[in-house]
Design a protein around this ligand. Structure first.
Ligand SMILES: Cc1cc2nc3c(=O)[nH]c(=O)nc-3n(C[C@H](O)[C@H](O)[C@H](O)COP(=O)(O)OP(=O)(O)OC[C@H]3O[C@@H](n4cnc5c(N)ncnc54)[C@H](O)[C@@H]3O)c2cc1C
Length: 427
């Protein structure tokens, strides 16, 4: 058997201790078999177990091996396209349900952390940073939109005020969301896995699913075992490959890169981000950054369509970091890694069923820390027979990428080039 370890990242190097979980060998029976132990799979499993289901999770590598253990750690409300876009494509009833759920993920994460005593460096406060007047106008509209859905912890910031929370001259203003914030993402995933096991859930690592037999009792196959279940939940997101061709056709795995400096020391760290908020800018291809628990700067940005691993991540990200914080010119980069998220054509998540008993959720297009936690709740509700909120997601239109596999990457890269050019020109 090949053993797939975590990538060399700051998160893997600072992960809380966790047991090695055995590969699936032989035949098992369960209520729900979940494919993938990222936040989608873990969140679904936890809600199901809390409601009396038997659950088995099959993970190809390790808990949090995918985006959930590699991301920027930023708790960002809403979806990659905001509720105003959803209002155009969903019925008023579904738009209201989805709008309300847009702020639920952060609450679920905080409840989980508190209920299961998960040590993952939670900090409150997230900033959206604007370079241009157009972006500032967008944030003003976003504040009004979010307030319409009852979200009130928002503050618009002018150039002077944003300089107080992020020591860079790059921005003309921004918006602070105190219900945003940040976490050590892998430690959140590991804490959720431990909570699952404390409730009797079973997790097999190093167990890639190679086939799912559909039917009245679906059977999920790995190289050395199989699980028979009443339901299957597919939560492999950008790492799923071609396991289910229906999902692959509407998926664009994309790589994004993150670096972490050496520990900066309390004084330098505090001078950059005095309140320890996380920041993401408002560009289409955005930069995002924050401090770690041990006061390093974690800085991410850039997208590689088709998820090829770039050769020199530091060469891509360090110049962006220094443009934001020239104060870090002498800081060493200690970790650099890449991770894959799943872009969809609409940039809205894809949630649905394949037949009666195979459910899936994927494609949060880069903003998934909160969404995956809500999706887990909606999936668990649907399996309990209360599918209203799940169906509100499932009814959102899904589109295959035009031109099939061959044209998927150039087509999307061209679109992104167009949007990032507009960002640079400020139009
Ligand atoms: C570098 C990076 C930075 C990001 N930063 C942020 C951020 O700051 N804030 C934010 O909101 N979002 C961010 N995101 C997005 C967010 O991390 C993801 O949307 C989210 O983690 C997706 O969770 P998931 O469980 O759906 O998928 P994943 O976490 O990718 O988990 C999928 C799991 O399924 C497993 N799997 C796949 N196929 C199989 C199979 N056949 N058999 C068994 N297991 C399988 C994989 O090994 C993997 O562990 C970022 C993403 C990346 C890559």
């Amino acid at each position: 058997m090949t053993h797939t370890p975590y990538p060399h990242s700051y998160y893997a190097a600072s992960a809380n201790p966790a047991p090695a979980r055995p590969e699936l060998v032989g035949e098992a029976h369960t209520d729900v078999c979940i494919v993938g132990a990222g936040y989608t799979g873990l969140s679904t499993a936890l809600f199901l177990l809390e409601n009396g289901f038997k659950v088995t999770l099959l993970e190809a590598a390790k808990v949090g091996f995918g985006a959930s253990g590699r991301n920027g750690g930023q708790i960002v409300n809403s979806y990659s396209r905001d509720i105003d876009t959803i209002e155009h494509s969903a019925s008023p009833k579904n738009a209201k349900l989805l709008g309300d759920m847009a702020f639920e993920g952060g609450r679920i994460i905080r409840e989980r952390i508190s209920k299961y005593d998960i040590q993952c460096d939670l900090k409150n406060g997230g900033v959206f940073a604007a370079f241009t007047k157009k972006q500032m106008k967008h944030l003003e509209a976003q504040k009004k939109l979010w307030e319409r859905y009852g979200h009130s912890e928002l503050e618009l910031m002018d150039a002077k005020r944003i300089r107080e929370v992020a020591a860079t001259d790059n921005y003309i203003g921004g918006m602070l969301d105190m219900s945003g914030g940040h976490i050590h993402p892998l430690n959140l995933a590991l804490g959720e896995a431990a909570a699952i096991e404390s409730l009797g859930g079973i997790i097999h690592e190093q167990s890639p699913v190679i086939r799912i037999d559909r039917g009245a009792t679906p059977v999920v196959h790995t190289a050395r075992g199989q699980v028979k279940a009443r339901f299957v939940v597919v939560a492999g997101n950008a790492y799923l490959g071609n396991l289910l061709p229906e999902l692959a056709a509407k998926s664009m795995p994309c790589g994004t890169q993150v670096v972490t400096t050496e520990p900066l020391g309390e004084e330098l760290a505090r001078s950059l981000l005095p309140q320890d908020y996380c920041v993401e800018d408002c560009n289409y291809l955005l930069d995002y950054y924050r401090l770690s628990g041990d006061k390093r700067l974690i800085y991410g940005g850039g997208v590689v369509y088709g998820a090829r691993d770039p050769a020199n991540i530091e060469a891509i990200i360090r110049p962006k970091m220094l443009k934001t914080f020239p104060q870090l010119k002498d800081a060493k980069i200690e970790f650099a890694w890449t991770g894959n998220f799943l872009l969809t054509l609409s940039r809205l998540p894809q949630v649905g069923r394949l037949g009666d008993n195979i459910y899936y959720s994927q494609g949060c297009s880069g903003h998934g820390v909160t969404f995956t936690h809500v999706a887990g709740k909606a999936l668990a509700e649907a399996l309990r027979g209360q599918a209203e909120r799940f169906d509100a997601f499932a009814d959102l239109p899904h589109y295959p990428f035009p031109g099939g596999r061959l044209f998927r990457v150039p087509f999307t890269a061209m679109g992104a080039w167009y949007y990032s050019l507009r960002d640079r020109l400020g139009v």
